[in-house]
Write a protein that binds this ligand. Structure first.
Ligand code: NAD
Length: 365
């Protein structure tokens, strides 16, 4: 994060300017699904703030964005719903060295050999599903980790999310957590449709005598799959015409989901999280086909490199690898901070523009 100021006043001023900017990014990102800066730029700023808070602990307060999950706000329009168990974020590392340090520390804290559950980090939107007696009771966004938006109404149009579980043996009540995302091909279809809708709108406006240059953009192009998935999930049915409702349902119907964790669940019947995925799949819940379990950190590091070289060979966008302690008993033992579990970490790949620029420098283009 660069050199840190030695002077407290200077550090305080920089931290307060950073907080103000970061808050603005977060509010638009989490409540409107709009990115004012790239994720990589956001990560640089939040890490700078973390470094300042580490160097000057007086600057660290509970309301700092470094201590929060989400933006701490829930949009108007959806009822709010309190998660039975908190929904956390993940701590990040950006280098293999930092990852190894985390793994060593975690293994030492566990006091026993650890198996590492390694998963693709899906660049989507976190969701929590609560099932009671095998029937979906609520679907909720992460919100601030305690309270999210109740989007159960919208979820009925997403075939990837079962309303009723199949099989037997599910607990009377349990929560599962996962990532809603849009497959690359569906993102393209939706954008083609935006273009077609805009072209039809423009033709109609011109037919009504409007100058071609002054036709407003009614159907803008979607910027990226993640924000489009977020926008699709949080569409409001109110005041929509039948045609608009049809488009809304079509967008919802294209959303996909992979579950990657559990929330409230009294005594899960398995030892490892990877086994839980098998159980969920048996009940008709969607889990990722890409998860792997490794015995050694070296194997995880090789996996991170291998997946990094094939980032686009997957049906969804990935922005890193999530490595988790597989054994559930250790989750309880290792616990969590105010915003993230200590038994998991996200290794984030460098943004691809940086890769490309580095390559350019290396080959001297
Ligand atoms: P995060 O994206 O770093 O990671 C936490 C989330 O990853 C979890 O909540 C979970 O939903 C998700 N996830 C995906 N795959 C997973 C898997 N296999 N296992 C477990 N979890 C998985 O953290 P965040 O708190 O959601 O958001 C912070 C990040 O969002 C930033 O680092 C930045 O990249 C982005 N952001 C960008 C802006 C912007 O303006 N561009 C603003 C705010 C946040």
């Amino acid at each position: 994060p660069g050199d840190l100021p030695v002077d407290f006043d200077q550090a305080r001023d920089e931290a307060s300017a950073l907080r103000e900017r970061i808050e603005r990014y977060r509010v638009t990102y989490y409540s409107e699904g709009v990115s004012l800066v790239s994720d990589a730029e956001y990560d640089v700023e939040i890490h700078r703030l973390e470094a300042l808070e580490r160097a000057f602990p007086e600057l660290l307060t509970q309301d700092s964005p470094t201590q929060q999950v989400g933006a701490g706000i829930v949009s108007v329009g959806f009822p709010s719903h309190e998660h039975a168990e908190r929904m956390l974020s993940l701590d990040n590392v950006f280098t293999i060295e930092e990852f190894r340090e985390w793994a060593d520390k975690t293994r030492a804290a566990a006091g026993a050999p650890v198996r590492w559950l390694s998963e693709l980090k899906i660049d989507g939107l976190a969701i929590s599903l609560a099932y009671r007696d095998g029937v979906l009771e609520t679907a909720t966004t992460r919100g601030d980790g305690r309270v999210g938006e109740d989007i159960t109404e919208n979820v009925q149009w997403i075939p990837a999310i079962p309303h009723r579980l199949t099989g037997t043996g599910f607990p009377a009540f349990f929560e599962v957590r996962g990532e809603v995302f849009l497959r690359g091909e569906d993102f393209e279809v939706l954008n083609e449709r935006q273009h077609a809708l805009q072209a039809a709108f423009a033709a109609d406006q011109i037919a009504r005598g409007r100058d071609a240059d002054s036709v407003p953009t009614r159907f803008p192009e979607f910027a990226n799959a993640r924000n489009t998935a977020a926008g699709s999930l949080r569409q409001r049915a109110e005041n929509k015409s039948p045609e608009q409702l049809e488009l809304m349902r079509d967008r919802l119907g294209r959303l996909a989901l992979y579950l990657h964790g559990i929330g409230a669940w009294e005594s899960p019947p398995m030892r490892d999280q990877s086994e839980i995925y098998g159980l969920l799949a048996g009940w008709g819940l969607p889990v990722s086909p890409h998860t792997r379990v490794f015995d050694t950190v070296d194997e995880v590091v090789a996996y991170i490199a291998e997946r990094g070289a094939h980032r686009h060979d997957v049906e969804h966008e990935i922005d890193g690898i999530v490595v988790k302690v597989d054994e559930l008993a250790l989750h309880a033992e290792l616990g969590a901070t105010s915003r993230a579990p200590r038994w998991a970490i996200a290794y984030k790949y460098p943004p691809e523009e940086v890769y490309t620029r580095l390559l350019d420098i290396v080959v001297g283009v």
